[in-house]
Ligand binder design. Structure first.
Ligand SMILES: [Fe+2]
Ligand SMILES: [Fe+2]
Length: 355
């Protein structure tokens, strides 16, 4: 009979990593992602209620908005109004796709309530600047809602979250740049006399919301990127290939709006590549769009001891250390919040490295 030295067995057992390096099971990764989303959602909701609880009717001094804006500014307001008009579809389609996820589906409902405020804010801006009659506006709203927005990536939560990262950043940029015009600080001669403090305030509060949305989706994308880098990078590549603002294809007269925002320096190909895509890629630890394309070809899957293919963190264009730091910070942020609420005592979120 073979005698086993108990201390040797113990020593070997102690040496065995509790979390196999690079080999967390999909189930475990999914659990960590899901739990992190729930924590992020809790953190976000509290922050949103405490710091961004503005009202689109009460908190903007609409009676003082200018009623003599240039037709171009009116076109911009109408375009912003149109894009935010599809909030029922945005919410319905995304919530339906994510209904099994506590954190993500509940977040989307809250997000939707904020987007509805945006639709109402632009509605008020048009109504009070009086360049359209209330009847015209009602008809236009009806016309817009004859079409329904559909998910650009049906049934694909990873591609959808990445799409939303870029889209929220793009929306934020649109509002920030309108804010520059409304401050009277546009470089374009046409907008030299367009200062309007009411519009400055409207653009400011809404841009802050979009920044908060961008940050939430960015955190979520980082979780995917960390736990499923290959899948996420491939998804990012696809999303960037077809990226366009939501509902642009179903809004009547969208081309005219697109031309005005382009000429005004608010939003066009230059802003998309420099201020949207590159900014988001930097935040995600991806060097550039080109690095993303080249790197995807080099990512690889390796078999684990049972022959299942697992992802490796080998990807030349991705700053994996940065992503790991970001994800650790997410765990830290959630834990700190849940220490306040007591959730850490009943259901703690515990950091587990994936590699
Ligand atoms: Fe919005
Ligand atoms: Fe948003």
């Amino acid at each position: 009979m073979i005698q086993t030295d108990a201390s040797l067995v113990q020593e070997l057992d102690d040496l065995r990593p509790r979390v196999p390096v690079g080999l967390l099971s999909s189930q475990e990764k999914d659990r960590l992602i899901e739990r992190s989303f729930l924590g992020l959602y809790r953190w976000y909701s509290a922050k949103s209620q405490q710091t961004r609880n503005w009202n689109p009717d009460l908190d903007i001094n609409w009676r003082d908005i200018r009623t003599d804006h240039k037709p171009e500014i009116n076109t911009i307001l109408e375009g912003f109004f149109a894009v935010e008009q599809y909030v029922p579809d945005y919410v319905e389609n995304i919530v339906h796709m994510l209904r099994r996820s506590h954190g993500r589906s509940h977040f989307q409902i809250r997000w939707g309530s904020e987007e509805a405020k945006h639709a109402d804010l632009w509605h008020n801006s048009i109504l009070f600047s009086k360049f359209r009659t209330p009847e015209w506006l009602t008809n236009y709203m009806g016309e817009l809602r004859q079409n329904a927005w559909k998910l650009p990536w049906e049934g694909d939560p990873i591609r959808m979250i990445l799409y939303t990262v870029f889209q929220e950043r793009a929306t934020q940029l649109n509002y920030l740049n309108l804010g520059v015009i409304a401050k009277g600080k546009s470089e374009h001669e046409l907008y030299k006399d367009s200062a309007d403090p009411v519009l400055v305030e409207a653009a400011r509060v809404i841009a802050i919301d979009e920044a908060a949305h961008y940050n939430f989706f960015l955190e979520g994308a980082r979780l995917w990127l960390y736990y499923y880098p290959t899948r996420t990078l491939e998804a990012m590549h696809d999303v960037l290939k077809y990226f366009a603002m939501p509902a642009g294809d179903i809004i009547p007269g969208y081309d005219k709006f697109a031309e005005v925002v382009y000429k005004a320096g608010i939003y066009g190909p230059r802003q998309v590549s420099k201020d949207v895509i590159q900014v988001a890629l930097d935040n995600l630890g991806v060097a550039s769009k080109k690095a993303l394309e080249q790197g995807i070809k080099k990512t690889r899957l390796v078999p684990d001891e049972d022959g299942n293919l697992r992802e490796t963190a080998i990807f030349p264009g991705l700053d994996f250390v940065h992503i790991e730091d970001c994800v650790k910070r997410i765990f830290g942020k959630v834990t700190q919040f849940e220490e306040k609420t007591g959730h850490n005592e009943v259901d703690p979120l515990i950091w587990k490295p994936a590699y």
